[in-house]
Design a protein around this ligand. Sequence first.
Ligand SMILES: [Zn+2]
Length: 438
Amino acid sequence: MKHLWWMILALVTAVAAQDTAPALYPFVAIRAGTLIDGKSDRPRHNQVIIIRGSQIDSIADAGNAKIPAGAKIIDLSRSTVLPGLIDSHTHIFLQGEDPAQGGYDANILYPSQALRAARATVAVRRALEQGFTGLRDLETEGAGYGDVGIKQAIEKGYIPGPRLWVSTRAISTTGGYMLEGYAPELDMPKAAQIVDGPVEARKAAREQLDHGADWIKVYMTHRSWIGKNGELVSQPTLTVEELKAIVDETHGWGKKVACHAYGGIGLRRALDGGCDSIEHGLDLDDAAIAQMLKQGTWYCPTISPYYKDWAPADTPDGQRDRKRAAVHEVSFPKALGAGVKIVFGTDMGGIPWSEPIAQEFGHMVSLGMPPMDAIKSATSRPAEMLDMEGKIGVVVPGAYADVIAVDGDPLHDIKILENVQFVMKDGKVFKSDGKLVQ
Ligand SMILES: [Zn+2]
């Protein structure tokens, strides 16, 4: 009998040891050659970051660091360590809009929801392996509430992926979203929830919040073209009254509203209606910038996509495409100089997920943003926008252990961020020496 008890005890101990395998290393110590902590204006050298479970416990100069006995040591003493990056504008349910492959419409019309979900799991994995440990995903483009499911799959550990803030279906008006251009007799699907009037607008926000939206995404402009004086014109969509109903409802739930707006009437309505973030903001006039400063509105410029897939130069669409990039090149430095709060966003999904997400840094820096500010726009700034200050986007005690590393100095060459060598999320190593480990 005694013998049996010992056997059971040994078995239980063995199973427990297996279940709690990470507890072999209750502490992890990262030796960081250079640390950019996401908040400070200057990097620090030769730091030791102590991680306990999923959180950062302490940070000290290597000379003074007390590394707990038995800690797993990760040597990044020849690398630059940064907080996990955050992309504040993605579409995990899109896969690029190559006109040669049918463009946007083909993305919506042909793949089943199961295929789209499977591809979204690849998109989130690609984001994580590139060092993006957080994404604000701004609508599923016809994939309904699929983003809530992908978020749950990541949180439950079924698939690897970043932290997600999802916005589900998005909202626009009749005439305000794709699919369009088909015979009027056809009842084509719309890739956003279509509303007309403040009652429908509020109801759509309620539905989306009820089904798990962390943010509400609204289209305040839709089509764009060149006006008679050569200016970029954007078709406005929701009225101020419709938007106010959405913002009022969403703020009541303690959540925020992201507004796609290029410029003109729609952008003005977005600001008058109380949007929390302006997406794209291609054409910001002085009045818009002043109002954004006054209201504390975030600006997520997404510069990269406007340099892609230009129609031929001698067509109206081609001229429109070039004008979009041209006015953006004026608006971004103006907003930056005025002190508008800027977050890094790419519109990935509109851009194929095979491309580097960090390409946006190069555009921001070439338009005048100092590299350290560009890094903050993808770390501590979005943390503030997402009400996660001190928890993500920073390497400080008490934050989640979302840590990445690159070989070289991104302050000297921002493109280095396109080649992340080490990725840790929640204290778990996902990539080391450029290779995936799980
Ligand atoms: Zn977008």
